[in-house]
Design a protein around this ligand. Structure first.
Ligand code: PAF
Length: 294
């Protein structure tokens, strides 16, 4: 029985674009008692994505990565058309790391004409990114549920940079009794602290420099809290001042809140999420940190 789980090093990436074929592949793997790990992405893969993939490769018998730029999670004035796409480069990265299956459907395959069904996780999505990107989490929840139904993974891997997205997906899985384990993976950062994101490639060299203000302001906030400041208002003010020193930084939100339900806090005295969304040039960047060692 064990032999069936051992992969030969000759195996190459299997590319699947139809939903029916992907379902068949997954059903066959499940019949063989193989554990399926799944990393959903919108492509333009960076080290952060590859960290998720590595976790799946370490813990599962077969790893499926999806690349699908999901139109349902982009607002009318957002960057759907210009969102970076580099399929062949992504495929080379997935092959090099040993991924088994790439699921790469078209928009027509995922949302055929007359498509009508969307999933909405309430409450959690009324805060942070949900406020400034109405419809975003409805689009994310819908596509993730569809992908889970198609790929039928045992495990799925998501990065903590999208903290709120993770909480929404965990709630979706719990509320709809889905049989998939959600695995959280810490934020992957560049050597200078910038949180990795596909949108970083929009940044000019000057904007790339300015984008460091997100992670640096979070570090300043952490240091100040360690020195004893517990007022959320004071910490928020400190972060705002720091971010505004960067010409061209446009703050969407600075939130100091409960990491589970995103309610704003007045005092930082137990586990707290500090989350930021800032527009640098045309790129809207997010970053966050958890304060927990009191
Ligand atoms: O985090 C992302 O890249 C996307 O929101 C996801 C989860 C792949 C859904 O389209």
């Amino acid at each position: 029985m064990m032999e069936t789980k051992i992969k030969s090093s000759q195996e190459t990436l299997q590319r699947v674009s139809s939903i029916s074929e992907m379902k068949k592949v997954s059903q066959t793997l499940r019949k063989q008692n193989l554990i399926i790990g799944f990393v959903p992405t919108m492509g333009c893969l960076h080290e952060g994505h590859l960290n998720l993939v590595k976790r799946s490769l370490e813990n599962c018998d077969r790893t499926v990565v999806s690349i699908f730029v999901n139109p349902a999670q982009f607002g009318p004035n957002e960057d759907l058309d210009t969102y970076p796409r580099q399929l062949e480069i992504d495929i080379a990265k997935l092959e090099a790391i040993g991924v088994d299956i790439l699921f790469h459907p078209t928009s027509e395959e995922m949302y055929p004409e007359n498509y009508k069904t969307y999933v909405q996780v309430n409450d959690l999505t009324e805060h942070l990114c949900g406020k400034s990107r109405p419809g975003f989490f409805k689009g994310v929840s819908t596509v993730v549920l569809k992908l889970f139904n198609i790929v039928q993974p045992h495990n799925a891997y998501f990065g903590e940079k999208d903290w709120q997205q993770l909480a929404v997906i965990e709630t979706l899985v719990k509320d709809l009794n889905l049989d998939v384990v959600i695995n959280r993976v810490p934020i992957a950062r560049e050597a200078d602290g910038l949180a990795m994101s596909s949108r970083n490639r929009y940044l000019s060299p000057q904007e790339r420099q300015a984008a460091l203000s997100l992670s640096h302001s979070l570090k300043k906030a952490r240091d100040k809290i360690r020195q004893g400041t517990t007022s959320a208002k004071e910490i928020s003010h400190l972060i705002r001042q720091y971010l505004l020193e960067e010409k061209g930084a446009e703050i969407d939100y600075i939130s100091i809140c409960d990491p589970e339900n995103f309610r704003e806090k007045e005092q930082i005295c137990d586990r707290t999420l500090i989350a930021l969304a800032v527009k640098i040039g045309s790129s809207r960047l997010i970053d966050n940190c958890i304060i927990e060692d009191f």
